[in-house]
Ligand binder design. Structure first.
Ligand code: 3SK
Length: 528
């Protein structure tokens, strides 16, 4: 694959690639259809509007929006103007946004009307540099003083005539990535990185086509969702379904079967991108559609390892394969994957051509043989430039051309890679990272909790759930209702996916002589 030219703007690259598509639908969201020509017009108007608001190249803008057709216009409009969008998870508490605004020094925020109150409490709680707000899909007549309605702002600005003269290696956007300890890390990606994920994965491995209708349960603010619903479909001129609501089985089924008012029986997805927990939930649903009701030809899974049984049952039902792969926020998308026509359920497949993968032992030596567990390292052109303002963690993760993934893997004698857990304490729950330390320290903020330890346990489907072992100050309080209170307590303070589904009250936690909690003992106990 030819590298992008040195002078390269990814938004311009996509607009050029789709210049002849006219009114072909690029996006179908909850309220309407956006054609390729209207997408290009919107991108150029966002760029012009940002410049008029005083935004300069390389300045950051917070992008806190539910999935809708404004999202790709906002994201690509920033890139077109050389402004750097910081796309953030829409489910976080205000305190996380307050940190991200300070850390990124965002000069403006693009926000869904439904998320404006949370953003405003973040803005009120800490110093920031946000000068302007652009509000998507709200009541244009009821906006705060420094806020602009998205559609009205675009209507007021003629499309920018030319993109910012960015280089392939210039910072294009950030995504925050979380670790087991410390603040989320601002992962800085270049214009070229987006190009590489499309050229190395979407086109040759998934073989996405112009005629495809793509639909991703993973939202656009995730690296996985960004590729699935923006980079990949726009790189091949396909159509993408976007939905603002949570990807419950019923919400997904409505789109698969074309039943939303906007789809009106058409635009049934041919390619679906999900995560194992979502596939398991759909297979268990009484409303699972029949094969004849859907148009799926290919599915993708990432976020956590796909249990073999889920893959087998899904393919038996729909005929379509689920292509399981692993990517990371740091590598931007999938670097190790099964292939259509060569799927081995229970494995993550083989390295994606263009990426080199190594397993290393504890001394850092490369493991050549089969069936030995090692730490996964990746060399590939879509690796992030750095974690912003975090030299120590950048040096630990980005080691020359290699990126440390933090995952452990085994390669079998046929060269297929099999997931073997995390190298750190992080849990992957429903495809999203959960730090046990963050959950433990939140539980310990409850006045009745003395100590807590959180581990991952496999449910009956082989999917990871967070389980909290809790020592109470007054053991007499321990009952189901109090376990529920603790779940709600965590839910009200952290992003919703982080609360422990399982809570067990114990008299004490296993500890070393020096008082360190022995989580491995709890893991052994949970497996027994
Ligand atoms: O979770 C994954 O495997 C993944 C896949 C693609 C992009 C980003 C991530 C984290």
């Amino acid at each position: 694959v030819a590298p992008p030219p040195e002078s390269f703007n990814f938004a311009r690259h996509l607009l050029d690639a789709n210049a002849a598509r006219g009114a072909k639908p690029a996006y179908v969201d909850d309220v309407g259809v956006l054609g390729y020509d209207a997408l290009a017009d919107g991108v150029r108007r966002v760029a012009a509007a940002l410049q008029a608001l005083g935004l300069r190249r390389e300045e950051r803008v917070l992008l806190l929006m539910h999935d809708c057709a404004h999202w790709p216009q906002a994201f690509l409009g920033c890139l077109y103007a050389g402004v750097v969008p910081v796309a953030v998870n829409t489910m976080l508490p205000a305190s996380d946004y307050a940190y991200m605004l300070q850390h990124s020094r965002a000069q403006a925020a693009l926000v869904s009307a439904a998320l404006l109150p949370t953003l405003q409490s973040a803005l009120a709680s800490a110093p920031h540099e946000v000068g302007a707000l652009v509000v998507s899909r709200g009541d244009a007549g009821a906006l705060p003083a420094n806020a602009h309605d998205f559609d009205a702002l675009l209507a007021a600005h003629a499309p920018a005539v030319a993109p910012a003269s960015t280089c392939a290696d210039d910072p294009a956007f950030w995504l925050y990535s979380s670790g087991s300890t410390g603040r989320p890390k601002g992962t800085v990606h270049s214009h070229a990185n987006l190009y590489w994920t499309a050229e190395l994965y979407a086109k040759p491995v998934l073989a996405l086509r112009e005629s495809d209708v793509c639909f991703s349960a993973a939202k656009l603010f995730f690296a996985y969702g960004l590729g699935n619903a923006l980079t990949f479909p726009l790189a091949v001129g396909a159509t993408t379904i976007l939905m603002a609501e949570r990807p419950t089985p019923d919400a997904v089924f409505r789109r698969w079967t074309g039943q939303t008012p906007v789809q009106a029986g058409a635009f049934r997805p041919t390619v679906f991108f999900g995560a194992p927990t979502g596939y398991a939930g759909m297979l268990a649903s009484p409303n699972l559609p029949a094969r004849s009701e859907v148009a799926l030809r290919l599915c993708s899974s990432a976020g956590e390892a796909l249990p073999r049984d889920i893959g087998d049952r899904f393919t038996a039902r729909f005929g379509a394969e689920i292509i399981d792969g692993i990517g990371s926020t740091e590598m931007l998308h999938i670097f190790l994957s099964n292939r259509p026509g060569d799927v081995r359920y229970g494995t993550t497949g083989k390295p994606v051509p263009g990426y080199t993968v190594e397993l290393r032992d504890e001394a850092g030596r490369v493991i050549d043989g089969a069936d030995q567990i090692g730490d996964l390292f990746i060399d590939g052109p879509s690796a992030a430039l750095m974690y912003w303002g975090n030299r120590e963690k950048s040096r630990d993760t980005f080691r020359g051309c290699w990126t440390k993934s933090g995952d452990k893997y085994v390669r079998d004698a046929d060269g297929y890679y099999i997931y073997a857990g995390r190298g750190d304490d992080m849990l992957k729950v429903s495809g999203q990272y959960v730090s046990p330390f963050e959950v433990e320290s939140t539980l310990m903020q409850h006045p009745s909790v003395l100590e807590a330890a959180v581990i991952g346990v496999a449910d009956e489907q082989g999917l990871t759930r967070a389980k909290a072992y809790v020592v109470l100050k007054d053991a007499g309080l321990a009952d189901d209702a109090f376990a529920d209170e603790l779940r709600q307590f965590v839910k009200s303070r952290l992003a919703p996916h982080k609360y422990p589904r399982l809570v067990e009250f114990v008299a004490e936690l296993p500890k070393t002589a020096t008082g360190k909690i022995q989580r491995f003992r709890l893991r052994e106990q949970a497996q027994a």
